[in-house]
Design a protein around this ligand. Structure first.
Ligand SMILES: *[C@@H]1O[C@H](CO)[C@@H](O)[C@H](O)[C@H]1NC(C)=O
Ligand SMILES: *[C@@H]1O[C@H](CO)[C@@H](O)[C@H](O)[C@H]1NC(C)=O
Ligand SMILES: *[C@@H]1O[C@H](CO)[C@@H](O)[C@H](O)[C@H]1NC(C)=O
Length: 426
């Protein structure tokens, strides 16, 4: 299996040398790749390693790993990472927030993409008792594990490594498949095997619920998914950020991600999923922001505004799309947009600022801009009778008003998008 993987790697490597374009075609994560290693960076963004390439975040093309981590090349002719994890132990400031990579017999420690002095070192020196040629590794801080630990995987052998005492505890995770990579995301533990994954209990290795599941459905944004992908389940539970969200005047909610959207009708808890292409043909996919105003959905993509009249089916207004600058007085791309109960002001978030556009004015201009200190980037936002929800990655935050969003200096309570907006409990 290992040999086969190596031969496959070599063949792929040859293919890449032959043609960069070909490489992009080979390395399409939406085809269902088996990743070599997965770990989050300091900002919680997952890095998926495959061969000598790296996928950052949940969508986008692969880049060469050595562009971000140059030294990984120097000691390794095959150019792949066996395992990786993100050290997260606040009691241990020397290593806190470091990313560790394992290649054959060596371990590399990076802090903010810079290799730490003295690395790479032998695995046996830094993690005594842990074997070479690992398959996977994942951090496991207290109280998720009994002690601040790292869990290492090789074949069906599992090692709990105590970060403080360096004690190694060998475990048997009977119900779990052999992991080819593993990571901790939002306090949950995932073992990847092939292009599937299972969520497991880090103490016991138990897998609860219906696993394995497709890694693509949860951790990637694809234009197409496998034929047996359940669209509603996938879109409710995906950990990929939303592009946009809004609710129309009647209280129906629409949440957009990539090529798909979820809809919940007022007075009905059942979510429905559809492709954007089907319901909003002209827009096609990957919208930046959507708000609803006066019986219409204002859908913004790059520099253009698409205007749909709400109804079944939604109808695209003649003459649209029109340039965003002409219609709302602001250049794209924008991050999020929403209208609150005040009804005729669109609030637009772009580059750490929030702008107001009076929708009754002619021509419309974006003004009154106020900086937002709390977030580097906002994915989506919506405002309804319950107030303003600002969505960043897998979380959303409540604010009483747009003004309070701009004035806030500390994060309000974090809510989970999949659980609290879409009722996905796993
Ligand atoms: C990164 O790797 C590629 C292919 O493996 C190689 O052509 C390139 O020179 C490397 N770049 C650096 C900065 O080492
Ligand atoms: C898991 O790894 C062990 C070696 O540690 C191997 O004997 C076994 O066949 C592997 N299982 C699968 C399903 O690949
Ligand atoms: C809610 O929506 C589902 C799915 O479209 C439908 O089958 C059901 O009849 C609706 N229920 C109500 C109360 O409207």
């Amino acid at each position: 299996m290992k040999l086969l993987a190596h031969i496959l790697c070599l063949c792929l490597a040859l293919a890449w040398v032959q043609s960069e374009e070909h490489a992009a075609a080979v390395l399409d994560r939406c085809e269902g790749l088996e990743m070599d290693a997965v770990a989050v960076n300091e900002e919680g963004i997952p890095y998926f390693f495959k061969g000598d390439h790296l996928f950052k975040g949940f969508h986008g093309k692969a880049e060469l790993s050595n562009e971000s981590f140059a030294e990984l090349d120097d000691h390794h002719h095959l150019g792949h990472v066996d395992a990786a994890f993100h050290m997260h132990y606040e009691d241990n400031p020397a290593d806190h927030d470091h990313m560790f990579f394992f290649l054959d017999t060596k371990v590399f420690s990076y802090y903010q993409h810079k290799l730490e002095d003295g690395y790479p070192k032998d695995i046996s020196e830094v993690f005594p008792g842990i074997p070479d040629h690992l398959d996977a590794a994942v951090e496991c801080p207290k109280p998720e594990c009994d002690e601040d630990s790292v869990i290492f995987f090789k074949g069906d052998d599992i090692y709990h490594y105590n970060v403080r005492t360096k004690a190694v505890d060998e475990k048997e995770f009977k119900s779990m498949p052999n992991c080819t990579s593993a990571f901790r995301f939002m306090d949950h533990y995932y073992c990847f095997h092939g292009h599937m994954f299972s969520k497991f209990d880090p103490k016991t290795g138990e897998v609860h619920g219906r696993y394995p599941k497709e890694a693509r459905d949860y951790f990637m944004r694809c234009s197409k998914f496998s034929d047996d992908s359940d669209h509603v389940e996938r879109e409710r539970c995906s950990r990929v950020h939303l592009d946009a969200i809004t609710s129309d005047n009647a209280g129906n909610m629409y949440a957009f991600r990539g090529h798909h959207f979820l809809r919940r009708d007022e007075g009905n808890d059942t979510l429905k999923a559809d492709t954007i292409e089907h319901a909003f043909k002209e827009l096609h996919s990957e919208v930046d922001a959507v708000f609803s105003y006066d019986g219409h959905l204002y859908m913004i993509k790059d520099d253009h505004l698409f205007l749909y009249k709400v109804g079944e089916p939604h109808t695209h207004l003649d003459g649209y799309p029109k340039p965003l600058k002409e219609e709302l007085g602001i250049e794209g791309p924008i991050e999020a947009a929403f209208v609150c109960e005040d009804r005729h002001i669109a609030h637009i978030i772009k580059d750490h600022k929030i702008y107001e556009v009076d929708l009754d004015a002619s021509p419309r201009v974006a003004g009154n801009e106020v900086p937002i200190a709390l977030f580097k980037k906002v994915d989506a936002a919506m405002c309804d009778a319950l107030g303003l929800k600002v969505i960043v990655g897998n979380h959303f935050y409540h604010f009483g008003s747009p003004m309070l969003l701009a004035a806030s200096r500390s994060l309000p309570e974090q809510h989970r998008v999949s659980l609290e907006l879409f009722g996905c409990d796993h």
